[in-house]
Design a protein around this ligand. Structure first.
Ligand code: ATP
Length: 271
């Protein structure tokens, strides 16, 4: 899908710099901070908005889009900031952060304090789908963000957001179902799920959870003429999830090469 050309190129560079940061003489660096239910991701761009470094950590500091462990969130962002500063040999000053759709008024103060508490100057606080669309650049269709704890749904028409919703079903539910079926601990199920080699075998196991996501989408999209669904969020790394959702919603569904890093990069681009 041509919509993903810029996105795929950006994400590919980002994946590389996570392991091999680019030490350059940029006059300024922009950091995007994605505080998720499952992961905290930091993406650093240089003055030309090119990815130069990135880091992420599994964390339990956010639930349903709300920061539940304030001190823990600050500590992890601070540690990731320090780690990136050492790799880049520079201080990271400016950061942007994002919130799930519809929670802006509820939680924006807390997120702001986490970012500032970690030592950043916060330049922008935006909603996650707007951040994702800074990378996807979609005019019409639905951006569906299946993350760790929630599924965010955003409908765009002529480049404008006309509808948002956030539902409490996400990757965590996939892992719980796998843990139950295979008699594994949650952590083992997480690791098993994230290995692409297991995805084919897991298709029937996680099928009912995908159906649940599709029924949520059908409920939210039914009053709008959505012609295309664009998938982002870590859970969409599951092989073939786009085909199941396309079948169950009867809407053509596409995803970029790595749907997990779209939002963090979009946040950084908005910094
Ligand atoms: P939320 O958006 O709900 O706040 P988040 O921002 O932490 O959560 P993401 O980072 O987009 O969400 O995605 C995390 C989820 O993606 C986790 O449930 C994780 O298990 C899942 N995930 C990550 N990589 C893979 C993979 N390769 N295969 C399947 N699932 C994956």
């Amino acid at each position: 899908n041509s919509a993903f050309q810029y996105c795929d190129q950006l994400v590919q560079v980002f994946e590389k710099v996570i392991n091999h940061p680019i030490v350059s003489k940029s006059s300024v660096y922009y950091t995007g901070i994605d505080l998720g239910t499952a992961y905290i991701v930091l993406a650093v761009l240089d003055e030309n908005y090119q990815p130069v470094a990135g880091a992420y950590r599994f964390a339990n500091v956010v639930k349903d889009g709300m920061v539940v462990d304030y001190i823990g969130a600050i500590r992890i962002v601070k540690e990731l900031k320090q780690e990136l500063e050492e790799k880049l040999g520079t201080e990271l000053l400016y950061a942007a952060a994002a919130l799930p759709p519809g929670t802006m008024t509820l939680d924006s103060g807390v997120i702001k304090h986490v970012v500032q508490g970690a030592g950043f100057e916060i330049t922008t606080l935006l909603d996650e789908p707007t951040a994702a669309n800074a990378v996807l650049k979609i005019q019409d269709g639905a951006i569906v963000d299946i993350g760790g704890g929630t599924t965010g749904i955003t409908i765009l028409k002529d480049g404008e957001v006309i509808y948002v919703a956030d539902e409490p079903t996400g990757g965590t539910h996939f892992s719980l179902v796998i843990a139950g079926a295979y008699k594994m601990s949650f952590d083992e199920a997480e690791r098993y799920k994230q290995n692409p080699q297991n995805h084919r075998e897991l298709t029937p196991v996680v099928g009912p959870v995908i159906e649940k996501v599709s029924s949520i989408l059908n409920h939210h999209l039914r009053d709008y003429q959505v012609e295309t669904i664009y998938l982002v969020g870590g859970t969409c790394c599951l092989k073939g999830i786009e085909d199941s959702i396309a079948r169950q919603t009867r809407i053509p569904t596409y995803k970029p090469l790595n749907p997990m890093f779209v939002t963090p990069l979009g946040i950084a681009l908005s910094c």
